[in-house]
Design a protein around this ligand. Structure first.
Ligand code: ARG
Length: 579
């Protein structure tokens, strides 16, 4: 395993330089596999050691690298040490590389591969609350909500894989003036039958109609204000209608999230923190932190010089609270209830200011844990459309992904042998959606493109799934041929070595993603793995090889399949076994 080699090389350096092993770990990385033949497996960045104070920072870096390289002699693990540009390269014994990397896969430890790495020692394990998806009842489920859903799910999966206790939370937009409109509008335009049949659709229709009506109709506006006041005062008839809206919506959502492979431990929402929000306001008042503005609103001064040049409104002039007020209350109550060590919010970048204000106000209130809250933001998606038009519901996107994928699959022979092509099409279609979304930096905007994301060749989710299915089918066809032991000397071709060198990077890649919470590192790692596997299929046939060779190759393919599957699962993709 990667950690075996990293440890041994670090120990070697530790002896040569009389410094603790740990000092070398951050500077030691697996060498990315290139097209052209290469031999080194690990490199040590001399510059990093200088910065870390392990090596003297004066003098010529290159000279330092060369001197150190000659000082380090080959041993039973390291076959060759050489100086590169500001680097020291380490090549480990080939046979040992094969043996150590493939060992865990014969012992049923496939799913833990890479997760016990020493790279994760410095990461604090604890309780992580991840809040994601968080759509608004009766409103459109837009591309931003879809992104939040899959990104949040990835972050939760990754944190969980790294040993944290994860709480997955959905924070519904289930409060605010929109419910005044909806409540009042339901009386005029609503229909219980329709609502029961297709709740999300019907609520959305009512909401659109009542909004239109309220534009010119004063009475409608007043009715909405009245209804919302009744809600705020917990009047039972208003509350019971609202409750129905919420319950049925959550039920529908659960169902669609399930199709997407996403789940939540808690469905909270703005409505839960309605009363607490008022308490927050009182607290701020009694501490003298709440000022009244000229317009009569309640504001908190966030300017560095305390001159009110930057304020945040927490209270309207009519005494009602706002989105941010409820967020303050929600954060405090989550901390009390879940005792999280960190909390992560996932929304589009238009809410960056909102979250930085939220964190600052929490800090001003004396909640020092505010610095353990983090906002992960992402860019906009342009052009997410289906054949019938704009996307309003999450279900529309999933249906479209399935239909398009099913059409593409219809052209292949294997589809006819499948038990349930629709399910496969859906799973693969969703993978395509996820990979398209995760390929670039989350901050970037991108254009939604059905054709491109569903291409079978090219760096897509379809390609990941195809590679996985092909690996599984190879194993299936050779059931029984796999053995508990294998001969590492039969896997010394550059094609096998390349795959193993690539697997050396897996823990580093997870570590990178754990640091910046960006899925792109893991995505490109897996895509590269698939390209390497494609060459291996061509160059290392199992069929027609002698039994020993076949066994060794199967071990290699099975390892590649397991790492691919583990990585896909962290991304939130369910690997298919036939395609
Ligand atoms: N419901 C909000 C929206 O659709 C997102 C909520 C984000 N989370 C939060 N704690 N404010 O824009």
């Amino acid at each position: 395993m990667a950690c075996f080699f990293r440890r041994r090389i670090a120990a070697k350096l530790s002896r040569a330089l009389q410094q603790p092993e740990e000092a070398f770990i951050p500077a030691l990385t697996a060498v990315p596999v290139m097209k052209k033949q290469q031999s080194a497996d690990f490199k040590l960045a001399v510059g990093t050691l200088r910065v870390g104070g392990v090596l003297p920072s004066g003098g010529d870096v290159q000279l330092q690298a060369e001197t150190l390289a000659t000082q380090l002699k080959p041993d039973s693990v390291v076959e060759d040490v050489s100086a590169g540009r500001g680097l020291i390269n380490f090549k480990v014994h080939r046979q040992l590389l094969v043996q150590k990397m493939l060992e865990p896969f014969g012992k049923g430890e496939d799913h833990r591969f890479g997760l016990n790495s020493e790279l994760f020692n410095h990461l604090k394990q604890g309780t992580t609350l991840v809040e994601y998806s968080s759509p608004n009842i009766a409103k459109k489920f837009h591309a931003g909500h879809l992104r939040s859903t899959i990104i949040g799910n990835f972050i939760a999966n990754l944190k969980q894989a790294l040993g944290n206790n994860v709480i997955r939370m959905n924070y519904l937009g289930d409060w605010g003036m929109q419910f005044g409109l909806l409540g009042a509008g339901f009386g005029r335009f609503g229909n219980l039958e329709k609502f029961k049949q297709n709740p999300l659709q019907h609520l959305f229709e009512v909401y659109v109609r009542v909004n239109k009506e309220a534009e010119h109709n004063e009475e409608m506006k007043q009715a909405a204000r009245d209804f919302f006041r009744q809600l705020e005062q917990h009047e039972s008839s208003a509350v019971s209608l609202w409750q129905q809206f919420r319950e049925i919506t959550v039920k529908e959502y659960r169902h669609v999230y399930k199709r997407l492979g996403v789940h939540f431990d808690v469905y909270s929402g703005e409505s839960f923190h309605q009363d607490q929000a008022r308490e927050v306001v009182q607290q701020l008042q009694s501490r003298g932190l709440l000022k009244t503005s000229e317009k009569g609103t309640g504001v908190v001064d966030l300017s560095p010089d305390g001159d009110m040049s930057s304020v945040c409104t927490l209270l309207r002039s009519d005494g009602t609270t706002l989105y941010i007020t409820r967020d303050i209350a929600a954060a405090i109550s989550r901390k009390e209830k879940y005792q999280f060590d960190e909390m992560i919010y996932v929304t589009d970048k238009s809410q960056e200011n909102h979250f930085s204000q939220l964190f600052q106000i929490l800090l001003n209130m004396g909640h020092s844990w505010s610095d353990r809250c983090r906002h992960v933001s992402f860019g906009l998606v342009r052009g997410m459309k289906t054949r019938t038009g704009d996307v309003v519901f999450l279900e529309d996107v999933l249906d479209e992904a399935r239909a398009r994928m099913l059409r593409n699959m219809g052209q292949s022979n294997t589809t006819k042998e499948m038990d349930n092509p629709e399910d496969t099409a859906e799973t693969v279609g969703i993978s395509a959606l996820i990979v398209q979304d995760f390929k670039g930096p989350l901050q970037s905007d991108y254009k939604f493109d059905w054709d491109r994301m569903l291409q079978a060749q090219g760096d897509t989710g379809v390609f990941l799934q195809y590679t996985h299915a092909r690996l599984r089918s190879l194993i299936r066809r050779n059931e029984g041929a796999e053995a508990a032991t294998f001969d590492p000397s039969l896997l010394l071709e550059q094609t096998s070595i390349g795959i193993l060198q690539h697997l050396l990077r897996y823990d580093e890649v997870l570590n990178q993603s754990a640091q910046d919470l960006q899925p792109k590192h893991l995505i490109s790692f897996l895509l590269k793995l698939c390209h390497l596997v494609a060459s291996a299929h061509r160059e290392l046939p199992v069929k027609g090889s002698s039994q020993d060779v076949a066994q060794a190759r199967l071990r290699l393919f099975s390892a590649a399949g397991s790492v691919l599957s583990n990585g896909m699962r962290i991304l939130g993709i369910t690997p298919v076994h036939k395609m």
